[in-house]
Design a protein around this ligand. Structure first.
Ligand code: FAD
Ligand code: EPU
Length: 339
């Protein structure tokens, strides 16, 4: 029987470790419980927040509505020749799924090792790291439409994936709850080792013919060296997106700052490294009250202990202002702000 709790602290449900309360809180263990929940019209009219691992959100206030925590479990796989189809419940921990696939020799997710959070949230911002994005392994997902109670299948095309973007963020926010995701993997690895220090780290370990496990371990090692562990320092990963600007906007920046870190993006656009921009403005490793930016990665805002959501938000606004003043570029927050 579905339980609705009242006045629940979300401190242990968000990786920033912000102490905010939910007015109502429901944990969903089976997709059918969503139909049961919304059979009561009260919940259709109440503000709602869907929660996975809480690793990409900043609570700036108590949530005066219903938090719906997805805990739907289960992983199944089917092999057809060299193709592998893996389907996982929304509440599975993303990195457990990666380890499961790497362990069985199913290739495609190894570069996405150690990303925090749940399977159900992975399509929302099309998670990505080390040259691979979710869309590269995504087959389809099942999502509960709140208004109708119908579970719909979204294909890859339906999801309109972009850099840290999907239809669930851009076109139908808050209208669907993802209950499961199906992935298309392969028994034949196609390694993607070009990004960052992967090749260098493999070479340092004396590995010339890596296995999926080697790549997963190396990616995890690089991530740990750069990013703070949320179990000791509250954070939500990159706080901002890397800005994508036109060639015309880039030209004066490159002229004034010849070292500017940049990558080619689609349609002749240029992607800038937000971490570099923030570091150039003097923010890297800086502490402001209970908050600050991480010493090894300026793009990550942290809670040094006891920070309120407003403090982190206010720091993010100061960073946006100073990057704009120095470079004329407006940073967009990647983290979901819950107010
Ligand atoms: P939550 O934070 O719980 O939710 C995120 C958003 O998705 C919210 O809007 C929520 O309402 C919505 N949502 C969650 N579940 C569902 C669902 N089932 N149906 C509908 N909507 C839902 N991200 C990357 O892309 N690449 C990285 O390399 C990366 N590194 C990180 C490193 C650290 C240390 C941390 C803390 C975070 C990092 N992130 C990274 C961000 C985060 O891991 C991802 O965004 C992840 O997908 C969030 O999953 P979650 O379950 O915690 O989502
Ligand atoms: N850089 C700096 N100073 C910094 C941080 C970075 O100069 O303080 C420079 C680095 O030297 C490097 C460049 O910026 O030249 C890129 O840095 P990094 O490789 O660390 O990656 P990123 O662009 O900062 C992105 C994602 C991460 C993902 C990594 C690896 C975004 C917003 N962030 O970070 O995702 O793990 O690439 O692929 O796209 C997340 O979304 O939460 C996240 C952590």
């Amino acid at each position: 029987m579905l339980q609705i709790q009242e006045n629940v602290s979300l401190k242990n449900f968000n990786t920033f470790g912000i102490d905010a309360n939910a007015r109502y809180f429901a944990e969903i263990n089976h997709a059918e419980e969503l139909a049961e929940l919304f059979a009561d019209p009260q919940w259709l009219q109440t503000p709602r927040l869907v929660l996975g691992g809480g690793s990409n959100m900043l609570m700036v206030a108590d949530f005066d509505g219903l938090v719906i925590r997805l805990n739907i479990r289960g992983i199944e796989h089917r092999i057809s020749h060299d193709d592998v189809f893996v389907e996982a419940g929304a509440g599975e921990v993303w990195n457990h799924l990666v380890n499961y696939c790497v362990g069985y020799g199913y290739a495609g997710m190894e570069n996405l090792s150690l990303i925090p959070g749940s399977v159900g949230a992975s399509p929302i911002q099309n998670i990505g790291a080390y040259g691979v994005e979710l869309k590269d392994v995504f087959e389809s997902c099942q999502a509960f439409e709140i208004a109708t109670g119908i579970i719909k299948t979204f294909s890859k095309a339906d999801c309109k994936f972009g850099y840290r973007d999907s239809v669930f963020k851009s076109e139908v926010p808050g209208q669907y709850i993802i209950v499961s995701v199906k992935f298309h993997l392969s028994l034949i690895p196609k390694f993607n080792l070009k990004y960052g220090a992967i090749e260098q780290e493999l070479a340092a370990r004396g590995i010339s013919e890596p296995t999926l496990k080697d790549v997963s371990q190396v990616v995890s090692h690089i991530r740990v060296s750069k990013l703070p562990d949320p179990s000791t320092i509250g954070n939500a990963g990159s706080f901002f997106k890397n800005p994508v600007i036109s060639a015309a906007e880039f030209q004066p920046i490159q002229q004034n700052f010849p070292d500017v870190v940049n990558y080619p993006a689609s349609n002749g656009q240029v992607k800038l490294a937000a971490g570099w921009l923030i570091e150039q403005c003097g923010w890297k490793g800086k502490t402001v009250g209970n908050t600050g930016t991480w010493k090894n990665q300026a793009l990550v805002l942290v809670n040094h202990g006891g920070a309120k959501g407003e403090e982190v938000y206010s720091l993010s606004s100061q960073i946006i202002d100073s990057v704009y003043t120095k470079f004329g570029v407006t940073l967009q927050r990647e983290v979901n702000i819950v107010s």
